[in-house]
Design a binder for this molecule. Structure first.
Ligand code: SF4
Ligand code: SF4
Length: 275
């Protein structure tokens, strides 16, 4: 597939330029490994391969991620050095909006995620609608390249470490990820990272469990399917938020199926019906 990256990056520049200039004091406390959609990861790579040292990129693909001290279920951002972002111009949309007070509610904290940006000092008013519109535009760019947010993998975004795993781990054989790896590796020379890559996210195992979930579901084995999805939900902290929403939805659905089987008198042990 041929992608006009020049146009894509120029379109992304426009989306990023429309983001507000927030009064961030660069304390770094909101920084956890950013989740980037596919096109944003390409933009990030384009920027990083020019602006960030090879040593830093090698560190990202080889170092075990650290759990975030502030955000449960997230990992520390490897691009934060001395409270400064080493990839500032190439950062994704989540990093550009993160200090907006309206977004704090989604992080499960009792206080605002950013203690420094308030409605009063923001200067410009930023609405949730505006942020959602920007995300929709990005979703549209991704949807031109692959089946965005579709079953079975629902790929809208991955954290940085998972994206590098997709690029470098040839054991990841799910067709969607093979396709995206092919696009990235054709465009960007990442050969220098290959000898250093370590499987720190285990995203390959997570994707295999997603596959097994669908197989069990096909075979009408809801308990086995639920078990797979519970592992997807609980056992992969370094994959960030990937598949969290879907795992909750699927577990709930499997619970409802199991409940139907357990409460249907025709399916109770000893029933003659349905045999
Ligand atoms: S957005 Fe807020 S919390 Fe994040 S670095 Fe800036 S001032 Fe600190
Ligand atoms: S990419 Fe930069 S702005 Fe975003 S979380 Fe990392 S250090 Fe912070």
């Amino acid at each position: 597939m041929s992608i006009d990256f020049e146009k894509l990056f120029s379109d992304l520049d426009n989306v990023y330029k429309a983001c507000p200039d927030l009064p961030c004091i660069k304390c770094g406390i909101c920084c956890s490994s950013p989740h980037l959609s596919f096109v944003e990861f390409c933009y990030f790579l384009d920027y990083a391969l020019r602006a960030v040292s090879q040593e830093k990129l090698i560190e990202i693909v080889s170092k075990e991620p650290e759990p975030s001290k502030r955000l449960n279920g997230h990992i520390e951002c490897p691009l934060l050095e001395d409270k400064l972002c080493v990839i500032h111009g190439g950062r994704g949309i989540s990093c550009r909006y993160i200090g907006v007070p309206e977004l704090s509610a989604g992080y499960g904290l009792n206080e605002p995620l950013c203690p420094h940006i308030t409605h009063e000092n923001m200067g410009v008013k930023v609405t949730v609608d505006e942020i959602e519109n920007a995300l929709d535009v990005l979703a549209g760019y991704n949807a031109e390249i692959y089946e965005y947010l579709s079953e079975p993998y629902y790929l809208d975004a991955l954290n940085l470490q998972c994206w590098f795993a997709v690029c470098l781990d040839k054991n990841i054989t799910q067709p969607l990820f093979v396709k995206l790896r092919g696009i990235i590796r054709e465009k960007f020379d990442l050969d220098f990272l290959e000898p250093y890559y370590k499987n720190t996210t285990r995203i390959k195992e997570k994707l295999d469990l997603v596959d097994r979930f669908f197989e069990f579901n096909e075979q009408q084995k809801p308990q086995e399917a639920r078990f797979c999805m519970e592992q997807v939900r609980d056992n992969f902290p370094n994959t960030g938020a990937y598949y969290n929403t879907q795992s909750h939805i699927y577990i709930e659905f499997m619970n409802s199926l199991i409940n139907v089987v357990e409460t249907d008198p025709d399916n109770r042990p000893g029933s003659d019906k349905g045999r």
